[in-house]
Write a protein that binds this ligand. Sequence first.
Ligand code: FMN
Length: 351
Amino acid sequence: MISDRKLEHLLLCTHSDVEYHKKTGFKDVELVHKALPEVNQEEIDLSTSLLGKELDAPLIITAITGGHPASEIVNQKLARAAGKLNIGLGLGSQRAAVENPELESTYTIARQEAPEALIIGNIGAPQMELSSRAAEMMDLDALAIHLNPLQEAIQPEGDVDSRGYLENIQETVKNTSIPVIAKETGAGISGNDAQLLETAGIKAIDVAGAGGTSWAAVETHRSQDKSMGELYWDWGITTAASTVEVSQSVEIPVISSGGIRNGLEAVKALALGADVVGMALPVLKASYQGEEILQDFFHNFINQMKVAMFLVGASNLEELQNTDLVIQGKTREWLQERGYDTKIYARRSSL
Ligand code: FMN
């Protein structure tokens, strides 16, 4: 049953409208153009590291799949791309294979195809008791616990008793041999929640904010009664706002994701304070078009990032984090109401 649901998710996400109608907020973020960039665009260095692994670019393919025979080929293609580009790869929830070991190969294929890449395992918060088995299933660099209260609330069979999760996270961190990441699945993480997660021992946070794939939307397509999913389609903290909230609230690495669709948005996310950027839906769609198109997607994306970095005079990611930007519109309103400082970005290069 879980396995069938995995296939349904893949098909729905590639063929139906599953994205937020509201935006990520990155349109409210303007990088300050430099007429004198003093940088050679061809020498821009995008390399970084996350949880001890070097990455050639600050990119992660966030959790998508595994657990259905059809997902093996998807993970194979994603892992080949991640390996060639030396970027990170997140696997989909491993619950299906913990419960049915015959499905393990739909995940382990990723390590076979990308022996050196940063590979992140995945388990849902409602199934945290399966964490150590997920972590031991294969050679993983980290395990992500996904938080998906929106999806649980909308899906008919959802688990809506979330009491004790934070305590369970603390236990899981203690009992897991690899670093544990917390990730949302598209509704964002607030600064307050980020602080609780950091205190519980989480080693990185993926904000997975609102503006991209909406799990209320996915569940709307799956339900007979669409009214609940439609009402909550746009629920969540936008990715731009969540990226600021989380990166101003914790010291651990921050992954910005949720609706990031081009290299300019990625650069804005990094300039706001993220360490790495993640994407799921566009990567899945490109993978269905073939491995060459998938690689072109990333090459193009990286080139787009380099143009933005050139235009703000940032020759590496550290310089990018000191570049000037202005936060306007709804994102500024949100952040100011929530007590976050939006001005610190505006003239920081001259400080
Ligand atoms: N996130 C998880 O943590 N575990 C999953 O098993 C998982 N499955 C997904 C399956 C599909 C088909 C898609 C599109 C996304 C899935 N996600 C899962 C969520 C993504 O990792 C990501 O957080 C979310 O889609 C927002 O990013 P995007 O707008 O770039 O798609």
